[in-house]
Design a protein around this ligand. Structure first.
Ligand code: FO1
Length: 313
C-alpha cells in the first residue's frame, strides 16, 4: 500500500468519478487531491453550473444519482416542469435539490469568491474531507465545432444535441489567459504521483492539461504519472469518446489514447481484454479489469492503480 504518498487525480465527470470514489475509499484526505475539468461549466437561467465538480462532489458525498451518474439521488424535476408553463424548453435537466447547489454557488460567484473557495464550501457541506479543486478559477468554456450545427457550447453539444453532430474541432476558449490557482500549484508541487482518470481525453482531460503551466508542472521531476484508458475493446464504456475519436480521424484504440497523452504520462493502464492486441506502447503498461460497474470494483481498480504506482517508482 501507498502509506504516506500524496496522489493527484485528474478527472472529468461520470467516468472519472468512479476512480475518484475508489481512491477516496483507500486514501486519507491528506493523501488525495482531485483536480476537476471545468470546461463543461456554463451559465444557464442565470446560474453558474459546474457539472463535473458536482458529479465528483455528489459521488464522493455518497448522494449521486446511481442511474445517471450525475445529479442527486431521488431528486425531482418540479422546477423544470414549471418552466414549461412559460414556453421554455428545459433541455438541461436540473433537479430541484440540485438547484440549491447552483443557487448557492452563483450567489458566492457574484460576491467574487473564487470557484476554488466556493467548491471547498460545497464539498464540506456534503461531508467530503478530500480536496476537490477546479482546474482553474476563470471560466474556460469548451467549444465544439461541428459540421451540422456550427460551433456549440459543450452542454449544447452534449445534452441538447445528444452528441450527435459531427465534431471537427474542440477547443477551450480563453485558456491562454488562465493561470493555475495557488491551490492546484501547491497540490502538484506536493504530488508523489499523478493519475489521469478514465475520462474523455479530448473533452475532459485535455482542458486540464491545457491550462498554461499545467503540463510542465505535471512532467516536472521523475514522479509516476499514469493514465487509465477510457477505451475498452475499441469502444467507450459510456459517452461520446469513441465517436469523437473517429470523427477527429483517430483509430479507436487504447493505444491512440496513450499516444495522445504523450510525454504527460510515463505509465498507462489498459483493460485486460486489450492486452493481446499486440499494440506497442511507448510507455510501460499495466493490464487490469478497468470496468468499474460496482463500488467494490471502483475500490479494486483504485487499489491496483495505487499498487502499480508503488512498483514503477
Ligand atoms: N447530462 C445529460 O445528459 N442530460 C442532462 O439533462 C444533464 C443535466 C445535468 C445537470 C447537472 C449536472 O451536474 C450534470 C448534468 N448532466 C446532464 C451531466 C453533464 O452534462 C455531463 O455529465 C458532463 O458535463 C460531462 O462530463
Amino acid at each position: 500500500m501507498i502509506s504516506d504518498k500524496h496522489i493527484v487525480l485528474l478527472v472529468g465527470g461520470v467516468g472519472g468519478a468512479k476512480l475518484a470514489y475508489g481512491m477516496a475509499k483507500i486514501l486519507p484526505a491528506e493523501q488525495l487531491t482531485i483536480i476537476v475539468n471545468t470546461g463543461d461549466d456554463f451559465w444557464h437561467y442565470g446560474l453558474r453550473i459546474c457539472p463535473d465538480l458536482d458529479t465528483i462532489t455528489y459521488t464522493l458525498g455518497g448522494v449521486v444519482d446511481p442511474h445517471n451518474g450525475w445529479g442527486l439521488a431521488g431528486d425531482t424535476r418540479q422546477t423544470m416542469k414549471s418552466l414549461k408553463h412559460f414556453g421554455a424548453d428545459p433541455w438541461f435537466g436540473l433537479g430541484d435539490r440540485d438547484l440549491a447547489t447552483h443557487l448557492f454557488r452563483t450567489q458566492l460567484w457574484h460576491e467574487k469568491i473564487s470557484l476554488t473557495q466556493i467548491t471547498q464550501q460545497i464539498t464540506e457541506a456534503f461531508g467530503i474531507k478530500h480536496t476537490i479543486l477546479p482546474m482553474t478559477d476563470a471560466p474556460v468554456p469548451t467549444l465544439v465545432e461541428t459540421i451540422e450545427r456550427g460551433t456549440l457550447g459543450f452542454q449544447e453539444y452534449f445534452v441538447k444535441y445528444r452528441w450527435q453532430p459531427t465534431v471537427t474541432h474542440i477547443y477551450s476558449a480563453g485558456i491562454e489567459q488562465t493561470t493555475i490557482s495557488p491551490q492546484v500549484q501547491e497540490a502538484l508541487n506536493r504530488a508523489d504521483a499523478i493519475v489521469i482518470g478514465p475520462s474523455n481525453p479530448w473533452l475532459s482531460i485535455n482542458p486540464i492539461l491545457s491550462v498554461p503551466g499545467m503540463r510542465a508542472m505535471i512532467e516536472k521531476g521523475d514522479k509516476p504519472r499514469i493514465a487509465m484508458t477510457p477505451i475498452i475493446a475499441g469502444n467507450a464504456v459510456k459517452g461520446p469518446t469513441a465517436k469523437i475519436m473517429r470523427e477527429l480521424g483517430y483509430k479507436v484504440t487504447a493505444h491512440t489514447v496513450c499516444e495522445f497523452y504523450g510525454s504527460s504520462i510515463n505509465g498507462f493502464i489498459i483493460d485486460e481484454c486489450d492486452k493481446d492486441l499486440g499494440e506497442i506502447f511507448s510507455t510501460p503498461t499495466l493490464a487490469i479489469d478497468t470496468l468499474m460497474d460496482t463500488n467494490e470494483k471502483r475500490v479494486q481498480v483504485a487499489r491496483e492503480t495505487l499498487n502499480w504506482i508503488k512498483e514503477i517508482r
